[in-house]
Design a protein around this ligand. Structure first.
Ligand code: NAD
Ligand code: DAU
Length: 346
């Protein structure tokens, strides 16, 4: 990785941002790390516990859409990685307003400050969802963007806005589009952590539609390594797909989780589908691999490590699932009716 003095990690209290910050600390012990995070329901300071007492770490509690908070956090930084976002597709289908505020306006505020400060890199963490669904083959970086839900449409706005600041003002922007991440510290509203923790407790696993939608799964530490790699090898103005090369149907993931935990398939409930549910995502990652990056984790190893982590770290997820009223309210809103009219698998 190129010399970095002070790195701003926005959204660093979330799942991927915190993994990136912890990884950066391991490979660059001398780097100063600033985390800017609003601490929404998905932000959790427990994810950053390793930084307690670290003199080269600073946490700024603030919103990326607030210019004053952004100016404070970005002061003296040479590199910014923007992980901050509203990230859950299902929530965006209920209400998209915060998605526009953070995933579009927030990116704009960060870019304006980046322009003023003068950085060596601004990495916008985008998503494979901006391409839309693909039934056969895989998306390349040059393919047209066709997002199909409010989350991915908002992320697409942030993705292209970031690029526009490269093209218009020369801000050294790199855009990355990653596939579905999984691993430790993943907020338990998403498929894998929800199903693992529900299965541990013998609760229903609500599988949408026919359960045959396909995602490409990327172990979160592989994603963090890819971003570090791109800080060195990525070119400003370029887009890079980051995928795990693990395409798998949701129903198969569900079976594997149950097997790893020794639980019965009777826990699976087929529930009504997510509106506009993208059938399949798949990325061509040749551009990144040609530079020399490849994932270290195969899905079997990564899933086993993830399940083990949730079994061994109930202290992390039980307070969210059992004591956070906002999680309970969300669960009831998204699954209450669905589970009443659900069917067993098969
Ligand atoms: P997450 O939901 O776990 O964490 C998001 C973090 O951003 C939280 O700490 C939250 O408090 C913070 N945040 C939200 N709004 C903010 C605001 N206005 N100002 C400051 N902080 C704010 O998300 P994640 O899964 O870690 O995703 C990180 C990034 O990676 C996102 O940009 C997401 O779109 C992208 N991404 C995620 C995946 C995935 O599978 N999880 C895949 C591809 C891309
Ligand atoms: O592809 C990258 C994207 O992956 C990221 O940009 C998003 O931030 C991230 O949340 C993720 O989006 P998905 O919608 O693919 O992830 P989620 O875990 O919500 O769903 C994965 C699949 O599982 C999807 O086909 C929907 C299905 N699903 C999900 C949940 C939560 C279910 O069948 N039941 C569920 O309860």
């Amino acid at each position: 990785m190129k010399d970095v003095k002070r790195v701003l990690v926005t959204g660093g209290a979330g799942f991927i941002g915190s993994c990136f910050a912890r990884t950066l600390r391991r490979v660059r012990p001398e780097a100063e790390i600033v985390v800017l995070d609003k601490l929404t329901y998905a932000g959790n300071l427990q994810n950053l516990k390793v930084f307690e007492g670290d003199p080269r770490y600073r946490f700024v509690h603030g919103d990326i859409a607030d210019p004053a908070a952004v100016a404070d956090a970005m002061e003296g930084c040479d590199v910014v990685l923007n992980f901050a976002a509203e990230t859950h597709v299902d929530r965006s289908l209920h209400s998209a307003s915060e998605f526009l505020d953070t995933d579009v306006k927030g990116v704009f505020v960060l870019l304006e400050e980046a322009r003023r400060v003068g950085l060596t890199r601004f990495v916008q963490i985008s998503t494979d969802e901006v391409y839309g669904q693909i039934l056969e083959g895989s998306f390349r970086e040059t393919d047209p963007l066709s997002p199909r839900n409010p989350y991915s449409a908002a992320k697409c706005g942030g993705d292209r806005l970031a690029y526009s600041f490269f093209a218009s003002y020369g801000v050294p922007v790199i855009v990355t589009r990653a596939s579905n991440n999984y691993g430790p510290y993943h907020y338990p509203e998403k498929l894998i952590p929800l199903f693992v923790t529900n299965a541990i407790d013998g609760l229903p696993l609500p599988l949408y539609g026919d359960g045959r939608n396909v995602r490409d799964w990327l172990y979160v530490e592989d994603h963090a390594r890819a971003l570090l790699f791109l800080l060195e090898r990525g070119e400003p103005g370029e887009v890079y797909n980051v995928g795990g090369g693990n395409e798998i149907e949701n129903v198969e993931i569900t079976r594997r989780i149950l097997k790893l935990l020794g639980r019965d398939e009777a826990l699976v409930r087929m529930v009504s589908d997510r509106p506009g549910h993208d059938r399949r995502y798949a990325l061509s990652t040749g551009k990144l691999r040609a530079l020399g990056w490849s994932p270290a984790f195969d899905f079997e190893t990564g899933l086993a490590a993830t399940v083990r982590w949730y079994v061994e770290n109930e202290w992390w997820w039980r307070p969210i699932k059992e004591r956070d009223p906002s999680f309970k309210a969300w669960y009831e809103k998204n699954y209450g009716e669905r589970l009443k009219t659900s069917a067993p698998v098969g």
